[in-house]
Design a protein around this ligand. Structure first.
Ligand SMILES: [Fe+2]
Length: 163
């Protein structure tokens, strides 16, 4: 039964998104909508925010597909951004591909920031490798992300020590 106390676009994220999320649907249908370049960008972004809200590995795979395959750098950047919000280690391989393979500085910047949000031992070496990116914005993003990793680790240590 549907929980009517929640609006269909309920999100645990407090960000003000550039588009509302689409009604909850299957990951497959949301992925199809996200990848449908005949749809307005607004509709495609609604799908990406719903996938983010679902946060399952299948949803992360769908967002990761947009991050790698989409022709629009704006959409690839948005995909990296929401993967940073989801904070799933499942997204690490695809964010690595974007950080070291995307041609657009905005996408590499966002991939670095997203990796910085994910607590996983694989992240720090990737960010250190990113410090030699030809674009200063990406280098700076890696520096911020490395500091964020240290901050998150100290918070986790504090929580652990307080137990
Ligand atoms: Fe950003």
């Amino acid at each position: 039964m549907t929980d009517l106390s929640l609006p269909p676009t309920y999100s645990e994220y407090t960000s003000v998104d550039p588009a509302p999320s689409a009604p909850v649907d299957t990951e497959e249908r949301l992925e199809a909508r996200l990848m449908d370049t005949s749809m307005p960008m607004f509709e495609r972004m609604k799908a990406i925010f719903t996938l983010r809200n679902l946060g399952t590995d299948r949803a992360v795979d769908a967002i990761g597909r947009a991050l790698i395959e989409d022709r629009s750098a704006l959409m690839r950047h948005e995909a990296a951004y929401v993967l940073g919000q989801v904070q799933s280690p499942h997204a690490i391989p695809v964010l690595e591909r974007a950080l070291f393979g995307d041609t657009h500085v905005m996408v590499r910047h966002e991939a670095a920031e997203a990796l910085g949000n994910i607590m996983d031992d694989r992240v720090l070496p990737l960010l250190e490798r990113g410090l030699v990116d030809p674009d200063e914005e990406v280098v700076e993003s890696c520096e911020v992300a490395i500091d964020n990793q240290r901050y998150l680790r100290s918070k986790r240590f504090e929580a652990f020590a307080a137990e």
